[in-house]
Design a protein around this ligand. Structure first.
Ligand code: HEC
Length: 138
């Protein structure tokens, strides 16, 4: 390889990668809260082992594909299917998670605030990993 190629391509790339912050540190505080809510309540069923009715949400890039469609309407939580299903009472079929347990009001508020503020996700792809037990009804 010619040294000029090294200088022109590889060195800048290396330098850039040194400057790039490691995964997750690019997340702002608000998004990391959102990720925790999704990883705790949704990703078990809508992540890698996804269900057919909604595109998967197994990382931030996948989540981005839902934004701007009816799933997540930036600025309008009440118009977002993603949000509607978590505010349905448990008695309505389609309430999420479908386990007889609504998610906490605090978690609902976290998602509402995030969508209201434009549903921003970090550009860097961040993998979503299910947290804790899959939500189940007792
Ligand atoms: C225990 C598994 C499970 C969990 C946890 C879960 N879902 Fe679902 N979700 C389902 C099932 C089952 C369906 C319907 C699947 C089908 O018909 O293919 C569904 C469908 C959906 C749909 C599309 C249905 C519609 O009415 O538009 C959305 C949106 C959705 N879920 C959002 C969520 C969100 C947000 C969370 C987290 C708060 C969540 N789900 C957690 C199992 C789950």
């Amino acid at each position: 390889m010619k040294p000029s190629i090294l200088a022109a391509c590889i060195l800048p790339a290396l330098l850039a990668s040194c400057r790039t912050t490691p995964t997750n540190s690019v997340e702002d505080q608000a998004f990391s809260q959102v990720r925790i809510v999704l990883e705790t309540n949704c990703v078990h069923c809508h992540g890698d082992n996804r269900l057919s009715s909604m595109p998967p949400i197994n990382d931030t890039h996948a989540l981005s594909k839902l934004i701007g469609k009816h799933w997540i309407v930036p600025g309008k939580p009440e118009m977002s299917r993603f949000f509607q299903v978590i505010t349905f009472p448990d008695t309505i079929p389609g309430a999420m998670p479908p386990t007889g347990h609504a998610i906490s009001k605090k978690d609902v508020d976290t998602l509402r605030t995030w969508i209201k503020a434009g549903a921003k996700v970090p550009q860097q792809n961040i993998k979503f990993t299910p947290r804790g037990e899959m939500p189940r009804s007792i």
